[in-house]
Design a protein around this ligand. Sequence first.
Ligand code: ASP
Ligand code: MG
Length: 410
Amino acid sequence: MALIVQKYGGTSVGSVERVRAVAKHIATFKENGHDLIITVSAPSGVTDKLVAATEKFSNVSAREKDVMLSIGEQISIARLVMALNELGIPAVSMTGWQMGICTDAEHTKARILAVKTERAKKELAEGKVIVLAGFQGVTVDGDITTLGRGGSDTTAVAIAAAIGADLCEIYTDVDGVYTADPRMVRGASKLNVITYNEMLELASLGAKVLHPRSVEIAKNYNVKLSVRSSFDTSKEGTLVVNQLEKEFVVTGVACDQKVAKFGIFDIEDKPGLATVVFQALADAKINVDMIIQSAMRNNLNDISFTVPLEDMERTIKVLEELRENIGFSDIVFSPDVAKISLVGAGMTSAPGVAAKMFSVLAENNINIEMICTSEIRISCIIEKWNGIPAKAMQALHDAFNLDKLDQVTE
Ligand code: ASP
Ligand code: MG
């Protein structure tokens, strides 16, 4: 008998039939004597509609936006408990605040600070399946928060970590984590296992399977995590683990088309100036990636970096405000770019991966605007339009033979 957390995404609970199918699947686990905490997303499309509903008003505060956005998950918990009850399975719905998913007050992208488990333990002891609303939390002041789009994954992993679950299964509309988005790349293949670090890079780089923060928590608390299909539950899915005996040089190629690039020019070369720029961006809660400062000339530096596309306008504002104090000559930016990345835990010890990536892009006449590397990834900024990101992904996937990974299971 195990304690299992399962999360079902929006399409998995998108209709009454789907909710009933999920309830039946849960019943099989209950019959085998497992304790279950189920986290659900809003039915597919509902959160988008709620976002649209807030856009009918001007000057909407983030606090009120969260009151609206958190509604969707509540539909799902009620429906799933009703479907479980139809099958004679005792179950109880819980909102984020009833459970005690405590977050900071960064509305619309709150971070979980603590998760209470007393109520959950009591309900489990009474033999009930707990059905917990994903994506939502509560501040110390009792205000409703949401965790950012896709945040139900994070709710699931956080409750699994807090209660010490034996396994956290993320059920979704794909049957696992792929070497590339199968809708964009021919021959994309499913991975049986992947490391937390690779998954973290892929999730942050625009592979939509898991909310990046959920992988971070899974890694920090060593939560056994699996991603699998709710439509074909006979399939094994992908297991996310700490380490693999055989690491691939390249495990996946990801493309983030929702980025903007920035350059600030002619910053005086003296200590402390980079801090001022990036502290100001951090204070504005803007997530910066690909920071590049190259060799300086005439005592002047240029710094470039990328930010999420949704934060472009705010970044411009922050930089304009700094410009006077710091005195850089120019700010350039562009939303017309994509970040294409290769990820692989074995990259650290394999020379030549970057050279090969650049030559594949060159052969395809794709210009590289920025380059940045970490231990387990290489990212390039390229042009976004004219099908270039898809062409780049396919070419890299083919060149690194990702359709033929010689996989072993854990
Ligand atoms: N319902 C939220 C969204 O659509 C959270 C989630 O599905 O994970 O982003
Ligand atoms: Mg999701």
